[in-house]
Ligand binder design. Structure first.
Ligand code: ZN
Length: 212
């Protein structure tokens, strides 16, 4: 006698198997898509604004761009989308830097790269700034890694009303990666691409710890 039951179960199986494999496929892909973040990198100063103080030998705008481009390479290699507020030696208004950040998806993070300077050449160490509470975690993640990687003095994670942080609607941090006016810290930056890479790896490591 003819029975429809085996045919029906065969049909269900033939529909179910592709459907299930589709679900498995999307589940497998989902973590990849979730972890792809947008990161805005903001090398400080540029163009007619060298940063730092008059007469400073190691120029801040150059060191900041050098490290930021290295951070970009690391983050891109990790599969993230990187937007630079500048990629060359050009002057970009602070309002423009913030506008770029605020134009990104709300999950994006913003990292401004700077170096410190002081009339007193003894001043040295690492500082990391944030303004909003939501940015504390990223500030700490970057700060700890930069201090550990360089062995330089820990001057702390600090809250400040810097323009690029205050008007930023994204998780936003400003890193001061050492004093270029200090002979040791400035010398390391000026003479050692390996040291600049170490700084960049630490900054990128902090970003990756938070966006993943
Ligand atoms: Zn600066």
């Amino acid at each position: 006698m003819f029975s429809a039951a085996p045919l029906r179960s065969q049909m269900i199986r033939s529909l179910l198997v592709p459907a299930l494999s589709l679900v498995v496929f999307f589940l497998a892909c989902a973590p990849v898509r979730v972890s792809a973040a947008v990161v805005v990198l903001d090398p400080g100063h540029g163009g007619h604004d060298p940063g730092g103080i008059p007469g400073q030998r190691v120029v801040e705008k150059r060191a900041a761009l050098d490290v930021a481009l290295r951070v970009k390479a690391r983050l891109k290699a990790a599969g993230h989308r990187v937007i630079m507020t500048r990629s060359t030696d050009e002057f970009v208004e602070l309002s423009q830097r913030v506008a770029i950040s605020n134009g990104t998806p709300s999950s994006a993070v913003f990292v401004s790269i700077h170096f410190n300077s002081a009339p007193n050449s003894d001043a040295h160490g690492i500082e990391t700034y944030h303004f909003s509470g939501r940015s504390t975690r990223l500030a700490e993640a970057i700060h700890q890694r930069v201090v550990a990687a360089t062995g330089e003095e820990d001057r702390g994670v600090r809250k400040a009303r810097f323009y690029v942080l205050r008007y930023n609607r994204r998780t936003a941090v400003l890193a001061e990666l050492g004093f270029l006016t200090n002979a040791r810290e400035g010398g390391r930056v000026a003479r050692s691409p390996g040291y600049c890479q170490k700084l960049a790896d630490a900054v990128a490591g902090g970003v990756l710890a938070v966006v993943r």
